[in-house]
Write a protein that binds this ligand. Structure first.
Ligand code: ADP
Ligand code: MG
Ligand code: MG
Length: 251
């Protein structure tokens, strides 16, 4: 589904990614971990299509297509979903309207009719209940005056409504309490299916107590320095990231 080959990227004069290789198949959950400043958010922003970064080498294929050649709307329409560390606030646009517009723009891209109001409301109700969200939040502006936990829920609601093919969640665990972590995990787990894949970017192992990844990668110094299964996350929690640097020095 996603194939990242020898990806090099920079922002301003700063070379951030220095040859990232990653393959994600349908049905898989990948966790990307790594020390602060290692390029995790940069990688997710590039998949999302943010323009602050310049790809200087390498490529990203998404279902065989050149992802870097697709604009943000196209990526979204093709099923790529990005949830960000700091969800944006959009004044004057209600959550409900935002969600329906987002769903309809995906439909339009695929030459499908807009979702019927009744169908939309039923789906919204079902997901709000699952996430324990109050429906009055749907009439408020996107993320405006939401608490951290409410923003997190809202992000997962967007994901649940849009049913992306590839979801990328960039999580700073800072400020996320156990309840919020569980919401994220439940959202990711609910999306698990043979056709979909998720990449969870996370600094801490704690989130992975609730989401069991198929593959864990460590990004350090702009490269994936280690890949393994979920046991790698436990090893990192136990030893910290330092041991990887020691290994690198020893070899
Ligand atoms: P992580 O998410 O792993 O903590 P980031 O991808 O946010 O790491 O950042 C990696 C490095 O790139 C950091 O040194 C950061 O300061 C730098 N960086 C990130 N974004 C930009 C930018 N837009 N312009 C310049 N430098 C940036
Ligand atoms: Mg950071
Ligand atoms: Mg980050």
């Amino acid at each position: 589904m996603l194939e990242i080959k020898n990806l090099h990227a920079r922002a301003e004069d700063n070379e951030i990614l220095k040859g990232v290789n990653l393959q994600v198949r349908p049905g898989e959950i990948h966790a990307i971990m790594g020390p602060n400043g290692s390029g995790k958010s940069t990688l997710s922003h590039i998949i999302a299509g943010r323009e602050d970064y310049e790809v200087t080498e390498g490529e990203i294929l998404y279902n065989g297509k050149d992802l870097l050649d697709m604009d943000i709307e196209e990526r979204a329409a093709e099923g790529v979903f990005l949830a960000f560390q700091y969800p944006v606030e959009i004044a004057g646009v209600s959550n409900k309207y935002f969600l329906r517009t987002a769903m309809n723009s995906v439909r339009k891209y695929h030459d499908e009719a807009p979702i019927k109001r009744k169908e939309f409301l039923a789906l919204l109700k079902e997901n709000l209940e699952k996430l324990g969200m109050d429906k009055v939040m749907m009439d408020r502006s996107v993320n405006e005056d939401f608490s951290g936990g409410e923003k997190k829920r809202n992000e997962i609601l967007q994901m649940a409504m849009l049913q992306p093919t590839l979801a990328v969640l960039d999580e700073t665990d800072s400020g996320l309490d156990i309840d919020a972590l569980k919401i994220v995990a439940d959202g990711v787990n609910a999306l698990r299916s043979p056709e979909r894949a998720t990449i969870v970017v996370t600094h801490y192992q704690r989130l992975l107590d609730y989401i069991v990844p198929d593959h864990v990668h460590v990004l350090a110094g702009g490269k994936i320095v280690r890949s393994g299964d979920k046991s790698l996350a436990f090893e990192l929690e136990e030893k910290g990231y330092g041991f990887l640097q020691e290994e690198a020095v020893a070899t």
